[in-house]
Design a protein around this ligand. Structure first.
Ligand SMILES: [Zn+2]
Length: 273
């Protein structure tokens, strides 16, 4: 059985402050270590449950958070950017039986520790087909397009409520309680790893085939940005329409196209920091 893991940092136990997620700080060096160990716990659980192959997509910031020498040698790593499928890059290379999202977080505009969608500075709120979208939703839909269901998500209690509402068949490992956007009551990292390992093993044993997407194509993206100049920039991309001063729209048949566009938007936004 082949398993695909996408790993972010904001939803890791012990992480709740922006500086812990910003490469270059001492706090980040500690946080990436916590991320590595939760990823290793998910890998170990997947193999214990019967996985024959595990690929991990390192999916935060420059997507080079996991130090290869610290990761379980049984897994293969996707790292670096740019890459078209972003947080699930590699998923299109072969058939995977299931996906796990480790260290994920709530959507932009929602409550939750370090909640954002793809670009916290530029993207204020994102809707697709009228529904508010977080990273979990976007990449679950991308997985569904490849025929790969989402099996497990980990993060805080706010994301847990979201997953419970929209993806009731997906296992959830809740590693912290959100007190505010930048404050949490967290499980110990060790306890979070134990829970992840056990839940990952169980998810692989169950190997559910239920498709996990909130929506199907065609996809109508509606993106509200944090300032008008960003909408000006994003409209330079052919096919992007201006809805109002701070909102742009785009229609695509495939979620993969939306993901690629959002990555391009994010690079364009970096010119305005
Ligand atoms: Zn992140």
């Amino acid at each position: 059985m082949k398993i695909f893991i996408s790993a972010d940092i904001e939803g890791i136990a012990g992480v709740m402050r922006p500086e812990q997620c910003s490469p270059g700080t001492a706090e980040y060096q500690l946080a990436r270590g916590l991320m590595e160990q939760e990823v290793n716990a998910a890998i170990d659980g997947a193999f214990a449950g019967g996985a024959s192959e595990v690929v991990v997509a390192d999916s935060h910031a420059q997507m080079t958070n996991l130090r290869a020498e610290n990761i379980d040698p049984r897994a293969r790593l996707v790292q670096g950017k740019p890459r078209g499928l972003s947080m699930v890059e590699g998923l299109e290379q072969q058939h995977y039986d299931g996906m796990m999202f480790v260290g994920y977080h709530s959507a932009a505009g929602e409550r939750g520790v370090l909640a954002h969608t793809i670009n916290g500075r530029a993207f204020y709120r994102m809707k697709i087909n009228g529904l508010v979208m977080g990273e979990t939703d976007i990449y679950a839909a991308a997985g569904a397009e490849q025929g790969t269901p989402l099996w497990l998500v980990s993060g805080d209690d706010c994301l847990k409520s979201w997953i419970g509402e929209y993806y009731p068949s997906v296992d959830y490992v809740c590693v912290k309680r959100a007190i505010s956007q930048t404050c949490a009551e967290s499980m110990s990292p060790q306890a979070a790893r134990d829970a992840l390992r056990a839940t990952a093993a169980d998810a692989v044993r169950q190997a559910r085939s239920k498709v996990t997407s909130r929506l199907s194509g065609p996809y109508q993206l509606e993106l509200m940005v944090s300032k008008p100049v960003l909408a000006d920039l994003f409209c330079l991309v052919p096919g992007v329409e201006r809805i109002d001063a701070v909102t742009v729209g785009y229609q695509a048949e495939k979620m993969a196209t939306i993901i690629s566009l959002l990555s391009a938007f994010s690079y364009l936004a970096s010119t305005q920091n």
